[in-house]
Design a protein around this ligand. Structure first.
Ligand code: G16
Length: 566
């Protein structure tokens, strides 16, 4: 304990107008946090001020980040501000590192009132990259819109913040540190924890580790390749997959977290994880997976780089859910997907008579359903898959879910997938991303398109491309009414739904840090078993043509092709 109590100061500041959290927290370029005076302090104070003092006083909170550039500097400031704002105990990942799913797990285990996550997820890091801050609530999940809106409103008028500027915490040593503060009766405690162990322990209670060990290191073991993309999940992969389940050390690559993710874009998709895709092609590995910077996203590949789309991935897990012991014990209460995610999960829900929920994009919308006992398994097209074991999507959990399916069925990834399509039909799916587009052009395009599709005459209209004709059945701007608390979220994406079940969806992303990102999603169902093995880009080309023509996307943005196609 320090000899003389540490000073608690209240310092003046001036508000910024641009601290509204997006789909998943506040994401900005690093230089914004570094060079704009008190930019970090303002947002952190807004988070603390949004929590009722009676709840905050003496409470426990969790703090961790994905290790990106500015992580450690930000943590020191947040610790100083947590102490000054009356938080009693902070649980922090060793070296300031904690994957997003691990933060969710630790919040729940330590009965914290919430946690602060320092991550911009899959966005690039380093001095020229992005930094991000997210607030999670007591259930371990991202704060719902009502809370993020409150934080934003506070940030718009903030005039001062509280801080203990002399407080320094040692982030490297696991254990407890206590600090005496001026005018506070109780010492402020910091607990540095090895979050890998807590998280691994949780997974041990969900999966059959003996069966997974047999699959990965038994007599007829399969070969896997996991790419942690230099993100925070590396140590978790090493500990769980290699040390504990016996996969060879060289089966996990890029496992040392780096401040700039090795100069890579830590986004597990076919474009940014192309190294993994390449290394899978020669058939040496039976199973491959990649994760994002903070370890909540996943991409699943089979032998020769066979790609499992995230929308299919959650549907396959749903159809094989009892391969996972957790669900054998807990039962299955419901499934959910975000609106732009393909309807593959709906087909399983229908067949198994399990309730399906369609929510807006953003993991935060699943939390209420889980807390109310309505939801067990959910997924998003943006490479997110998870369950009610925590309140975040969970990349490593998804990998163990798939390995459990392979262990039970004794089939390859491709065989599992093709069999699934034969049983349930296939939802062909693609997403086009146009990144860093001019914001005004993007907003204008969305407004114009909304006008077109809101016209009464739009319903019933026919679109013919080549030999195919699609007739509009319904079109709207997606709106969600939360069945648990009745809150309404509007403007969640423009949907054009056709009579044959196909959908065209346009949305502006809420996770970028500069310009606008337009996302175009196409979903089309095929149940003829002779037509389930086609190339999605060929299969969906007519719908893409219709979408581009209707929106005039290329003309309006000056782009002639997407940045990323998934
Ligand atoms: C976040 C959210 C996800 C969402 C994704 C994409 O993921 O947690 O729920 O699907 O962003 O959002 P958008 O389409 O608005 O960019 P992450 O992994 O970035 O935290």
């Amino acid at each position: 304990m320090e000899d003389s109590p540490l000073q608690v100061l209240t310092l003046p500041t001036a508000p910024y107008p641009d601290q509204r959290p997006g789909t998943s927290g506040l994401r900005k370029k690093v230089f914004v946090f570094q060079t704009k005076r008190n930019y970090l302090h303002n947002f952190i104070q807004s988070i603390f001020s949004s929590i009722d003092l009676r709840v905050r006083q003496g409470s426990t909170m969790v703090l961790g980040g994905d290790g990106r550039y500015f992580n450690t500097a930000a943590i020191q400031v947040i610790v100083q501000m947590a102490a000054a704002n009356g938080v009693g105990r902070l649980v922090i990942g060793q070296n300031g590192l904690m994957s997003t799913p691990a933060v969710s797990c630790v919040i729940r285990k330590s009965k914290a009132i919430g946690g602060i996550l320092l991550t911009a997820s899959h966005n690039p890091g380093g001095p020229d990259g992005d930094f991000g801050i997210k607030f999670n609530i007591a259930n371990g999940g991202p704060a719902p819109e009502a809370v993020t809106e409150k934080i934003f409103q506070i940030s718009r008028t903030i005039e001062e913040f509280a801080i203990c500027p002399e407080l320094r915490v040692d982030l490297n040593t696991v254990g407890k540190q206590t600090f005496d503060l001026e005018n506070k009766f109780k010492p402020f405690t910091v607990e540095i924890v090895d979050s890998v162990e807590s998280y691994a322990n949780m997974l041990r209670n969900i999966f059959d580790f003996a069966a997974l060990k047999e699959l990965l290191s038994g007599e007829n073991h399969i070969q896997i390749r996991l790419d942690a993309m230099n993100g925070v999940v590396g140590p978790y992969v090493k500990k769980i997959l290699c040390e504990e389940l016996g996969s060879p050390a060289n089966s996990a690559i890029n496992c040392v977290p780096q401040e700039d993710f090795g100069g890579q874009h830590p986004d597990p998709n076919l474009t940014y994880a192309s190294d993994l895709v390449e290394s899978m092609k020669n058939g040496q590995y039976d199973f491959g997976a990649a994760f994002d910077g903070d370890g909540d996203r996943n991409m699943i590949l089979g032998k020769h780089g066979f790609f499992v789309s995230p929308s299919d991935s959650v549907a396959v897990i749903a159809a094989n859910i009892f391969c996972i012991p957790y669900f054998q014990h807990m039962g299955v209460r419901g499934f959910a997907r975000s609106m732009p995610t393909s309807a593959a999960l709906d087909n399983v829900a229908r067949a198994t008579k399990i309730q399906l929920y369609e929510t807006p994009t953003g993991w935060k919308f699943f939390g209420n359903l889980m807390d109310a006992g309505h939801l067990s398994l959910c997924g998003e097209e943006s490479f997110g898959t998870g369950s009610d074991h925590i309140r975040e999507k969970d990349g490593l959990w998804a990998v163990l879910a798939w390995l459990s399916i392979l262990a039970t069925n004794k089939k390859s990834v491709e065989e599992v997938m093709v069999e699934h399509w034969k049983t349930y039909g296939r939802n062909y799916y693609t997403r086009y991303d146009y990144e860093e587009v001019d914001i005004d052009a993007a907003v204008e395009m969305m407004l114009e398109l909304e006008m077109i599709i809101s016209d009464k005459a739009f319903v019933g209209q026919m679109f013919t491309v080549g030999e195919r004709t699609f007739q509009v059945e319904r079109a709207d701007n997606f709106e969600y009414s939360d069945p648990v608390d009745g809150s309404i979220s509007r403007n969640q994406g423009l949907r054009i739904m056709f009579k044959d079940g196909s959908r065209i969806i346009f949305r502006l992303s809420g996770t970028g840090s500069s310009g606008a990102t337009i996302r175009l999603y196409i979903d089309s169902y095929e149940n003829d078993v002779n037509k389930i093995l086609q190339d999605p880009q060929v299969k969906l080309s007519e719908l893409v043509t219709i979408a581009l023509k209707l929106s005039q996307l290329h003309e309006r943005t000056g782009r002639n092709s997407p940045t990323v196609i998934t």
